[in-house]
Design a protein. Sequence first.
Lengths: 114, 115
Amino acid sequence: ETGVTQSPTHLIKTRGQQVTLRCSSQSGHNTVSWYQQALGQGPQFIFQYYREEENGRGNFPPRFSGLQFPNYSSELNVNALELDDSALYLCASSLKRGLGDTQYFGPGTRLTVL
Amino acid sequence: GDSVTQMEGPVTLSEEAFLTINCTYTATGYPSLFWYVQYPGEGLQLLLKATKADDKGSNKGFEATYRKETTSFHLEKGSVQVSDSAVYFCALSEQSGGGADGLTFGKGTHLIIQP
């Protein structure tokens, strides 16, 4: 069984640029969630996709957007990058059956904005 | 809104010592509770979970009991090993109106076990 994978591992961008991060969910999982983890902090929920539609969103501006594809893989897009966007971006997949479903995390993409 | 508070680190213990990491939460409903562990350079791994009051989650010698009356989910282990050195995150999940069950995390507790 293949776990959650993310690409790229590391990325360096400059302020104002746009970035796309990718995630392949665990086999059989239909739900993908994205999180931002700043250095020394806990992850913060960005949004969740279920069967290709956004299913809920945390406290992040619209310049954070996403997609989920028919194979349940997902992209996170961030426009107009700011210095504070520098963080580890984590993707998690789950099989949505109800509250308390376990989310399985990928290794993350480290984004640095200069 | 929902929130999770856990003890600040780093927590430094000797091998074979007893471990407690405190976690308390605030939620509007009846959340599910989780402990995740993050080893250096890696993503988060689920350590244990509990989905209703008085449930005890356990894994790899770690335990935590869902205490609704004290809104707590403290992590314990009877005898820690050097390999337990990592950052531990307490988290909760409560479905929003749209059905999303994004996790709300604490800030993490860095655990250091010395031989």
